[in-house]
Design a binder for this molecule. Structure first.
Ligand code: ATP
Ligand code: MG
Length: 398
């Protein structure tokens, strides 16, 4: 397993040469007790970052200062990355960032972590240090705050979103009532969070195997409307998830659940800090109606316009919305799978070679040629297109 991999062993052996100075922490420990695959190995240590760096570098291990302000360095062994963070406590918090101080006390570090299942340490021999009962909570599917939920949320409001995110992934049975009540009470504080932090947590929530019941709870408790404009389309998201297959796509799921509308007071894509490309995709998925597309030629034009991947996403979404029936959707997807979007067989450089001056005229002629080529169902080959190009240029210069 990851714990006994030579890279992990190398780092842990060096750090623990003089006693119990480094342990596994966070997601990898949670996954270990739940027997789940792990994403990354995080290590907590009683050494300060300078000492960690010195000790590891003395053994020829590369150390990169990746987050010194919160006490984190990253060790790189055979292309494997290990985040090593010095034990700390959050001395002062204003709901958005913390002033940190280092400590050598395992329990103090565990106490500043968010949920009991995230506040366990595992020693290199596999034994657990579990000060708040995280092991049994993890097994029972209970996401519980370490300490008083309202206090912990006031220290860092992001914990509201993390509470629902972890419940979506690890929760079983009813959501923790004390945690839920605290989230309800403090929901308006979410407005103070940066979009970037909301984005990370909410998109992780959306890709949970079944996020629907958690989204329902978030709506009822008043948390969701604070950062995501409604109305919410639970049915469409539910059908989209039921189609299954591919790895879950958060932008597609969001477009199913809360599509963007022109009259919205605030836009989810801005709140989520979508990149321009993501925002464009979210917009297209939200607003494009493909149905009914009776002929294949019409479908090919849509594939050409959107690209195969986006076209196939649009099909799934339309089917989930009930706009397209499933058999039709399946036919269109097969069509797209067998028809990679073709490229216009003529380029700007060809037109310049024909004597057209580089500049807007080239773009204009290309657009006319492309429209003609599309109308011809993408059939005209390069020779035929070049002939048409000559005709277009001659006509333009008249
Ligand atoms: P994954 O990486 O699989 O999403 P994780 O548990 O590693 O899950 P991270 O967000 O990577 O989650 O955080 C690592 C650990 O740091 C958490 O397990 C938790 O102990 C602590 N932590 C992270 N964010 C917070 C926070 N806002 N408040 C308190 N503790 C936190
Ligand atoms: Mg992690």
């Amino acid at each position: 397993t990851w714990m006994t991999a030579p890279e992990t062993r190398a780092v842990m052996d060096i750090l623990n040469r003089d006693g119990d100075m480094a342990r596994f922490v966070g997601g990898c420990v949670r996954s270990a007790v739940l027997d789940l695959p792990i994403a990354d190995v995080d290590i907590a240590t009683r050494y300060n970052p300078e000492t960690v760096t010195k000790i590891l570098e003395a053994e020829g291990i590369r150390v990169v200062p990746t987050g010194l302000e919160h006490g984190t360095v990253t060790a790189v062994v055979n292309h494997e990355h290990f985040e090593i963070t010095t034990l700390r406590l959050d001395v002062e918090t204003d709901g958005r960032r913390a002033v940190v101080a280092f400590t050598e006390d395992w329990r103090e570090d565990a106490a500043r972590r968010d949920f009991t299942m995230n506040a366990m340490f595992m020693r290199p021999d596999g034994s657990l240090d579990d000060p708040f009962g995280g092991h049994s909570d993890a097994l029972a599917g209970k996401v519980r705050f370490v300490g008083d939920p309202v206090t912990r949320i006031r220290e860092d409001v992001l914990r509201i979103l993390r509470f629902f995110r972890f419940h979506a992934h690890y929760g079983r049975g009813a959501i923790d009532p004390a945690g839920l009540h605290a989230c309800h009470e403090t929901a308006p504080l979410i407005r103070e969070l940066s979009g970037e932090r909301i984005r990370v947590e909410f998109l992780k929530l959306l890709v949970a195997p079944s996020p629907l019941s958690v989204l329902e709870i978030m709506e009822k408790s008043g948390v969701l409307p604070v950062f995501l404009p409604g109305p919410y389309d639970f049915e469409t998201l539910s059908r989209l998830i039921a189609f299954g297959s591919r790895t879950p796509d958060p932008v597609l799921r969001l477009a199913a659940f809360a599509p963007e509308r022109a009259d919205q007071a605030f836009r989810a894509s801005e709140r989520m800090r979508f990149s321009n490309a993501e925002a464009a995709r979210f917009h297209t998925l939200s607003t494009t109606e493909l149905a009914p597309l009776p002929e294949e030629a019409a479908a090919r034009r849509e594939i050409y316009r959107h690209g195969n991947a986006l076209f196939e996403d649009l099909i799934r979404l339309q089917a989930a919305r009930g706009v397209l029936d499933l058999r039709h959707a399946e036919r269109l997807r097969t069509l797209s799978a067998h028809w990679p979007k073709p490229e216009l067989p003529v380029r700007g450089a060809d037109l310049v070679k024909m004597g057209l001056a580089a500049g807007p005229a080239v773009g204009e002629a290309l657009r006319r040629l492309e429209a003609w080529w599309i109308a011809g169902d993408f059939a005209p080959d390069r020779e035929t297109c070049l002939a048409e190009t000559r005709r277009i240029i001659a006509e333009e210069s008249k």
